[in-house]
Design a protein around this ligand. Structure first.
Ligand code: NAP
Length: 262
């Protein structure tokens, strides 16, 4: 998506993929700087290491606990997180809704992506947040942190992944986010109990598969619920990275077309 964006904006630069071994992020950033790179996207598993390899950390990236975008400006390494803001934009685009108006369930809140969405949702003033995770012990520290970020204003709760427990809560939820890695393989089933999705639910699967919709997206379509998959997040987090690098609006349609044709 970035090469079509550079072309659309007439910027003489190229987006390339570089594989960096774990533990070498700082060294890689130094090399990129010496080679005249303008910016970098950082993906799994380097987003946490990158936090400690930049000169200046944007306050939001610090709160979200990960850096996925590096801008190299005036000899300084500036670290940002665009996953959180990308989530907000993608919710607006996919559902014509604002996170501040929603009661949200995050399944997989204990993972990196789930955590970022949880913190961003609280910062955006969501109505309520329900957190679920396979390893339930990961939820309590997150809950404590979220209470601090929300100044005690948001309603924050946890629940188990037990089907009955989830089903019991779904009547009080507007937006359901799958932030687990379940759905990446065709044989992965969803964690949502059959028959509890309603057409009024907004269903957001952070996972995307190029060839066919995930089971969760299929479940949502079957009941006529609005849905968005991880492609939407990928697009918007990329667009916000572009804006950090070039200080101009990202050419979103060129980026979308680039993603779809990739
Ligand atoms: P992560 O930190 O490894 O977290 C994985 C999460 O999935 C944890 O909550 C884990 O639970 C849960 N999980 C894994 N297998 C499970 C199972 N069999 N049953 C129930 N829960 C299970 O990974 P991540 O970085 O957060 O990424 C999570 C997903 O989001 C990935 O599929 C990734 O591709 C996607 N993602 C998409 C975008 C995008 O741009 N579209 C951006 C970021 C992430 P435990 O805590 O119990 O292990």
């Amino acid at each position: 998506m970035h090469n079509p964006a550079l072309q659309a904006c007439g910027i003489e630069a190229q987006y390339v993929r570089v594989q960096v071994p774990i533990g070498h992020v700082q060294e890689a950033f130094g090399l990129f700087q010496r080679q005249g790179f303008l910016g970098v996207n950082i993906t799994i598993p380097h987003k946490f290491e990158a936090l400690n390899a930049v000169d200046v950390i944007d306050p939001l990236a610090r709160q979200l606990g990960a850096v996925n975008t590096l801008a190299i400006r005036d000899g300084k390494l500036l670290g940002y997180n665009t996953d959180g803001p990308g989530f907000l934009r993608s919710v607006q685009e996919a559902f014509a809704a604002e996170v501040k108006d929603l009661r949200i369930l995050i399944i997989g809140a204990g993972g990196g992506a789930g955590r970022a969405v949880a913190v961003q949702s609280v910062l955006a003033g969501c109505k309520s947040l329900l957190l679920a995770n396979r390893t339930e012990s990961k939820l309590q520290p997150l809950l404590t942190e979220l209470h601090q970020s929300s100044n005690g204003e948001a309603t924050l709760k946890t629940c188990s992944l037990d089907a009955d427990d989830l089903a019991k809560h779904l009547s009080e939820i507007d937006l359901i986010v799958n932030a687990t890695s379940l759905g990446m393989k065709a044989e992965d089933n969803t964690l949502l109990p059959a028959g509890c999705l309603e057409s009024r639910h907004l269903v957001y699967d952070m996972v995307y598969r190029a060839n066919e919709p995930t089971h969760l997206i299929q479940q949502a379509k079957a009941v006529g619920a609005k849905q968005a998959d991880g492609m939407c997040l990928l697009l918007h987090q990329g667009a916000i990275s572009f804006e950090h690098w070039f200080d101009e609006p990202a050419p979103i349609e060129a980026m979308r077309a680039g993603l779809l044709s990739a």
